[in-house]
Design a protein around this ligand. Structure first.
Ligand code: 3PG
Length: 216
């Protein structure tokens, strides 16, 4: 699959689950639970020992899922993620070496930014879809509003601190394509194999976002 990051974020709206998978044996059931809740794009973070195996398992069992590898902070992780079946890559920041690794692995890439200078750096590399990280609280909403003026055409995926309670504050902003977050599938619910609850959380997020589209 050769996808544009802009298209991936459109498919992900309202939310791209950020998955922290500790047990590979739970990966496919977790992805099925999210899929049942209407989620088509998921990010598996490479911050647990068997995350690459979990990613490969989801790719094998649910090939229809658009799958990202997240928390990529080392250059070699890009090719590893691609080999495991990831369609796109996500980092919490943006450095010249990570950008080169994404290009070498020929992966659509969502680099992370937090400041106007970082947005400019990402823009210089040609990236117009960016992760805003960490998007904690009302400060991040204000910042996204402020970034809209100077950065026309840039679309953000705020992540890190998003919950069901503040979801709409972000989604209602015109420069927010979608949000990312673990609240949809928290490690505690994954450990408990609470698949119905995870499906329900995904449905609730989509319903909340749907109410926004109807009032627009
Ligand atoms: C990420 O890796 O994108 C964030 O750590 C997710 O943050 P959250 O747990 O607040 O959703």
């Amino acid at each position: 699959m050769n996808l544009s990051m802009d298209w991936v974020l459109q498919q992900a709206r309202p939310v791209m689950p950020v998955l922290v998978i500790e047990d590979v044996a739970l990966a496919a059931d977790l992805a099925r639970a999210l899929y049942a809740g209407g989620i088509r794009v998921m990010e598996v973070t490479l911050r647990t020992p068997h995350a690459l195996e979990a990613l490969a398992e989801i790719h094998r069992e649910l090939p229809e899922v658009i799958l990202g590898a997240g928390t990529l902070i080392h250059t070699e992780q890009f090719q590893e993620a691609r080999d495991a079946g990831a369609h796109f890559a996500v980092s919490p920041g943006c450095t010249p070496r990570l950008v080169a690794a994404a290009e070498d692995a020929r992966m659509p890439y969502l680099p992370g930014v937090m400041t106007p200078s970082e947005v400019l750096l990402a823009l210089e590399y040609g990236y117009r879809s960016l992760k805003l990280f960490p998007a904690n609280g009302s400060g991040a909403v204000k910042m996204l509003k402020s970034l809209k003026g100077p950065f026309t055409g840039i679309r953000f995926c705020p992540t890190g601190g998003i919950t069901q309670e503040n979801l709409l504050n972000f989604l209602s902003l015109p420069n927010v394509a979608c949000v990312g977050g673990t609240w949809i599938a928290p490690p505690s619910l994954i450990r408990a194999r609470a698949w119905d609850q995870i499906t329900q959380l995904a449905r609730e997020a989509r319903e909340l976002a749907g109410s926004l589209e109807h009032t627009a």
